[in-house]
Design a protein around this ligand. Structure first.
Ligand SMILES: Nc1nc2c(ncn2[C@@H]2O[C@H](COP(=O)(O)OP(=O)(O)OP(=O)(O)O)[C@@H](O)[C@H]2O)c(=O)[nH]1
Ligand SMILES: [Mg+2]
Length: 398
């Protein structure tokens, strides 16, 4: 299935049904009085968090979504039928924005959670409603109101507790395979992972946490190199990032330099994300002789002047992974408990997430503008070349 994490769609709520103008006409009842009924309300467009969806691909094919209009009222004081709401299932983790104002309309993070994105139009009133002692035969009705319509942007960001960050080949997918049932592809070439993968790590006592593996970043990613940094936005919902570093890079680079590349790209992408909790995970230790491990790891820590927690492991040999997962679980439990005890903390965390997402959005937008301009430039140059071509005189040999 193709992974699509952004889509722009138009939603149109249904119009309210018009009120009816009618008078009771029955044999032997002259001047039967008004009996026009009200129209029905227009249907609304409602997004609902659904199970089993993990892409917005459906919204790439169909872009206009209309809810039903309300029916007109009719005689004998019959109210028109209300238009049916249009329910659109979306993956859990979908943020909804008004495309024009950029305002976040809501964030669907739970199964069954709903968000009305276009309100159906209010129904019109039938002439029965206008009856009064002064006017017993009103000819007045009101029309149904138009339903709301707007263009909305859907943004899917996977829901995970922990995000993996690193250069291609750092061993992110190998790690997730080693600790969860997820089976992302692993290979010794860069950009094996093309879309985010989630793995559920089961711990003792039915506890678990979710890890997100995203495509690797490279130097210049923040300027659009490689797969770009757009996938980083998937880490904006996590509590903790693991920065995986290959301790034995296959080229002339050093592990420290490589780690610095990722740190720099992260900072450009979202300063708020870069300030969040991040652990350094030195990977592929199985490739080092035992007596070199400590010194090589210390080199990386010194190079980065790393102040945070450091873990050492081999994802391939599943060494050190258990300790790392136990520490992660403890960290998550502790955070959850603290947030539960102090609502202010939770609020601050959610503000932080919103800030990261805003920064991510801005950076991604800047990138797409740059890319658009670069393409235009290439096009202009190609057009210029074409002009040159037409200057060439073609002489046919007789
Ligand atoms: N020796 C050793 N090799 C490892 C280890 N972890 C990963 N590898 C190898 O490193 C290569 C890349 O591993 P992946 O897990 O695909 O790396 P990735 O970070 O997911 O790479 P991308 O998806 O390209 O970003 C593969 O050949 C793995 O077998 C490890 O702990 N030790
Ligand atoms: Mg991978």
């Amino acid at each position: 299935m193709k992974f699509v994490d952004e889509a722009t769609i138009k939603v149109f709520a249904g119009k309210g049904g018009n009120g009816c103008l009618s008078f009771r006409r029955e044999k032997y009842i002259p001047k039967g009085g008004p009996d026009g009924g009200d129209g029905g309300d227009g249907g609304s467009v409602i997004l609902v968090g659904a199970d089993g969806l993990n892409t917005l691909i459906d919204f790439r094919y169909t872009r206009n979504f209309k809810a039903q209009s309300g029916a007109q009222g009719s005689s004998a004081e019959c109210t028109g039928r209300g238009g049916e709401d249009l329910i659109l299932p979306v993956p859990i983790g979908t943020t909804v924005l008004d495309n024009e104002s950029g305002e976040v309309l809501g964030d669907i993070t739970e199964l069954g959670q709903s968000l009305k994105v276009a309100q159906g139009g209010f129904h019109g009133l039938g002439n029965t409603r206008y009856k009064s002692s002064k006017n017993r035969a009103p000819r007045q009705t009101s029309p149904g109101k138009d339903g709301e319509s707007r263009e909305i942007k859907l943004e899917l960001k996977v829901l995970a507790d922990v995000g993996l960050l690193g250069l291609p080949n750092a061993g992110k997918s190998t790690f997730i395979r080693s600790v969860s049932a997820a089976r992302p592809k692993v290979a010794d070439y860069p950009f094996t992972t093309l879309v985010p993968n989630l793995g559920v790590v089961g711990m003792s006592g039915e506890k678990s946490f979710v890890v997100a593996d995203i495509p690797g970043l490279i130097e210049g990613a923040s300027e659009g190199a490689g797969l770009g940094i757009r996938f980083l936005k998937h880490l904006t919902r996590t509590r903790l990032l693991l920065h995986l570093v290959d301790i034995m890079p296959y080229d002339e680079s050093t592990a420290g330099e490589n780690a610095q590349v990722i740190e720099n790209e992260l900072r450009i992408f979202s300063p708020t994300m870069a300030e969040g909790d991040r652990w350094l995970v030195l990977n592929k230790l199985d490739l080092l002789p035992d007596d070199e491990v400590d010194a090589r790891c210390q080199e990386v820590v010194d190079y980065l002047d790393w102040q945070g927690p450091v873990f050492k492991m081999s994802g391939l040999a599943s060494e050190g992974t258990k300790d790392l997962c136990a520490a992660i679980m403890e960290y998550i439990d502790d955070q959850r408990q603290r947030e539960k005890a102090d609502p202010e903390l939770e609020e601050r965390a959610s503000e932080r997430r919103a800030q990261m997402q805003a920064e991510a959005r801005l950076r991604i937008e800047e990138l797409s503008v740059q890319r658009f301009q670069a393409r235009k430039q290439i096009q202009t140059e190609a057009d210029d070349d074409d002009d040159d071509d037409t200057d060439v005189e073609v002489v046919y040999a007789e």
